[in-house]
Design a binder for this molecule. Structure first.
Ligand code: ADP
Ligand code: MG
Length: 702
């Protein structure tokens, strides 16, 4: 008998060499690790296909027949082995480029073989490259399982011949020698019953030694549910803990004086229904005595700034200060300007603090914040400096939150003894499932509606060879008095090359659109802030019609007269970034255009991304798609989170329903038993402790 904590080295079929590789390459040290190392897919060997029914692009299939001929073609490193195989219904070519030495002698005439591989079709000739072959007699002898798990592997494990077959044998050995009682159930019994999930012992045995597809999918469901359940239980506990321990400032409605005046007299337009809904969600939080930690997601242009302003007015009405932090100088200045404009007739002192604020002004601001005479401050990272201290901050708003590191945010809301309420805003919509996982302990509000009267943006994808169309559109729009952005990708690793692209692009544009008839400015990240501002100013004022820029303009620039966004090498951008860039146009009353320029070599994924951009302008839809195409780990803003967003089996792009169930169950448990002290929850508490997820909490750091 073996035990879960045993070293894998002593398991039959492993030994010191394999054990070493399993440990270093796959992280498998103990029997526990081993049986929790799961196949990520299964091969169906339950059926033999006839060659006549084979079609290309099928998953790997299994056929049975004899070799007609074999031939080694070419010499030396370029030699390859080609064999013709038939089952009486048709012929197929089998090819090997490697391992010819072994394969060649194992191919004999007059014997039945089983061949297993993926079918390709080259000019009407069916073929398989590097199929598995085995003599039928031997194949039957060791009675292959019909469904075989495929395990993750690395170059080194492959080289050492730790094949799927080896892994399956090792697993079988483990289970044969492991008493079922060793594998203790981790989920509450009533959940297994409610969702008809197999127990853990059955689940693991099934996943490693399955006998039918239905069983496999039930076992996978159980693992997915469990993976998501633990994360949500952590989130539920954190949220609960905060509700108990952190008090929030009370913003009492009857203290509101400025807010009603603003609504009645200064609000430039009616709020959208979505804005109203989010406001009431915020209102509920700040009236409750709880500490608000809310994420507001809203597409570009959905009017998040106004929501932030209204929330800040609530704080100010109640005698508190409010601050708003933005990721760039330009954005901070723009926010300050529009907020000053909105509040100009109200007795509110608004200040702005950025890296370029002169020393003298800084000192004045520091004083004003400390004595409370400044009510509202907008700024960049400069707000985080220790010299910035508030008299009484009640609300911190963080715009485009994904641009800030966790520590930076934490610093902002630790500026007072009692934490200010926190409103984080993001214009990079993230899929709901990802939000529930990443920000599962925050409350999430969604502004899912754009203010009325927005003209849609017409998006077109153009190949480099169709550049004339781009110039035509630019010329027409500029003749109508409109302005144009041309954006080049800027990727850190090859910054210099990208910069060359940008400069070359600028050269060409100024030749095709020559001065003095046209004025073109160039903006990039290497410019000094003052230079950049000057250039931006020329564009904002309409003096320049064309801006050639890197993605520095991605966030927040607002020039309603700009109607054309050209994105160069658009295949190099992620979907959410493309969406952000496109959001720079379509801000005025005029029809706007987005041109996605693409090189002639496009990957399939690149093509799907650009096609999605052409088809929809809905940021949430695009975010869902982005996650499907690139996986949750590549979505902007998630990399640095350190949170478990990739799982062994659960997939946030596909398993939204399971996530919902898991979340509801986890939160229900914590609602009934906040610190999991009831006996029935004892093993959940222990499970949490054991998992002790090394993750950052948005709440713990605050
Ligand atoms: P974002 O959500 O991208 O931050 P903004 O807050 O910058 O969007 O708003 C985009 C534009 O929409 C601004 O010009 C703003 O004045 C305008 N806007 C906001 N709310 C409304 C509304 N309810 N009705 C009409 N226009 C609005
Ligand atoms: Mg904004």
């Amino acid at each position: 008998m073996i035990h879960l904590t045993d070293d894998i080295q002593y398991l039959t079929g492993v030994g010191p060499n394999r054990a070493n590789l399993l440990k270093t390459e796959l992280g498998i040290f103990t029997i526990y690790d081993l049986i929790n190392f799961l196949p990520f897919r299964y091969i169906d060997r339950s059926k033999f296909y006839s060659i006549a029914e084979l079609a290309p692009s099928q998953a790997a299939v299994q056929i049975k027949g004899r070799f007609v001929s074999k031939q080694i073609i070419g010499t030396g490193a370029k030699a390859y082995l080609k064999a013709i195989f038939t089952d009486g219904t048709g012929r197929i070519e089998l090819t090997w480029f490697k391992g010819i030495k072994w394969i060649d002698p194992s191919i004999k005439a007059g014997i039945d073989y089983v061949v297993f591989g993926k079918v390709a079709d080259f000019h009407g000739i069916l073929s398989m490259t590097h199929p598995d072959i085995e003599e039928l007699a031997k194949f039957i002898n060791h009675s292959q399982a019909e469904f075989q798990g495929v395990y993750p592997s690395t170059e080194k494990t492959k080289k050492a011949n730790i094949t799927g077959k080896v892994m399956r044998t090792i697993m079988e050995n483990a289970f044969v020698n492991l008493s079922p009682s060793e594998i203790k159930e981790t989920l509450p019994q009533y959940l297994l019953e409610k969702y008809q999930l197999p127990d853990l012992n059955t689940t693991l045995r099934t996943l490693h030694m399955p006998s039918n597809l239905n069983q496999i999918s039930k076992a996978q469901l159980r693992i997915k549910f469990e993976e998501l359940f633990w994360v949500q239980l952590v989130m539920a506990m954190r949220k609960q803990k905060e509700t108990e321990t952190i008090k929030g400032h009370l913003f009492i409605r009857s203290n509101d004086k400025l807010l009603p005046t603003f609504y009645k007299e200064h609000l430039p337009f009616p709020l959208t229904r979505a804005q109203i809904r989010v406001m009431s969600e915020i209102r509920k939080d700040v009236e409750s005595g709880k500490h608000m930690n809310r994420l507001v997601q809203g597409d570009v242009g959905s009017g998040k700034t106004l929501v932030a302003v209204l929330a800040m007015l609530m704080a100010i009405d109640n005698g508190y200060q409010a601050c708003m932090m933005a990721p760039t100088e330009i954005l901070a200045q723009q926010h300050a300007k529009s907020i000053q404009e909105l509040l100009k007739d109200l007795p509110i002192r608004v200040a702005v603090l950025t890296g370029s604020t002169p020393k003298k002004t800084r000192t004045e601001i520091a004083e004003g914040l400390l004595d409370g005479s400044i009510h509202l401050i907008v700024g960049t990272h400069a707000l985080l400096e220790d010299t910035v201290q508030f008299k009484n901050i009640g609300l911190s708003v963080i715009d485009e939150q994904h641009r800030f590191g966790v520590a930076q945010r934490a610093k902002l809301w630790s500026k007072n003894e009692i934490q200010p309420h926190v409103l984080v805003m993001t214009a990079t919509p993230i899929p709901r499932t990802l939000a529930m996982t990443l920000y599962g302990d925050l409350d999430v509000s969604v502004i899912d509606e754009l203010p009325p009267g927005r003209k849609p943006i017409k998006t077109t994808m153009l190949r480099d060879t169709q550049r004339q169309k781009m110039y035509d559109l630019m010329r027409n729009q500029i003749a109508l008095g409109r302005q144009v952005y041309i954006v080049y990708p800027l990727i850190q690793e090859s910054e210099r090359m990208d910069f060359k692209d940008l400069e070359a692009g600028y050269e060409i544009i100024t030749q095709i659109f020559p001065a003095p008839k046209y004025k073109t400015i160039m903006v990039h990240g290497k410019m000094k802030p003052a230079e950049k501002d000057e250039a931006m100013q020329k564009f904002a004022s309409g003096e320049a019609q064309i801006m050639v820029a890197t993605t520095v303009i991605e966030v927040g620039v607002n020039v309603p007269n700009a109607t054309v966004m050209v994105i160069e090498s658009s295949e190099r951008f992620g979907l959410s970034q493309l969406h952000q860039l496109r959001g720079r146009v379509g801000r005025g009353a005029d029809m706007s255009y987005c041109l996605l320029m693409a090189g002639n070599k496009l990957t399939k994924e690149g093509q799907s991304r650009l096609e999605a951009m052409v088809q929809t302008t809905d940021g949430f839809q695009l975010a869902e798609l982005d996650m499907k195409l690139r996986g949750p780990g590549d979505i902007e803003g998630t990399q640095q989170s350190g949170l478990p967003i990739s799982f062994k089996l659960a997939n946030l792009a596909r398993d939204g329903q399971i996530l919902n169930l898991a979340r509801n169950e986890a939160f229900a448990i914590v609602a009934k038993d906040p610190s999991l002290t009831n006996a029935e929850n004892a093993h959940l508490k222990a499970g949490l402790k054991q998992r002790n997820t090394n993750t950052v909490s948005w709440r713990d750091i605050s």
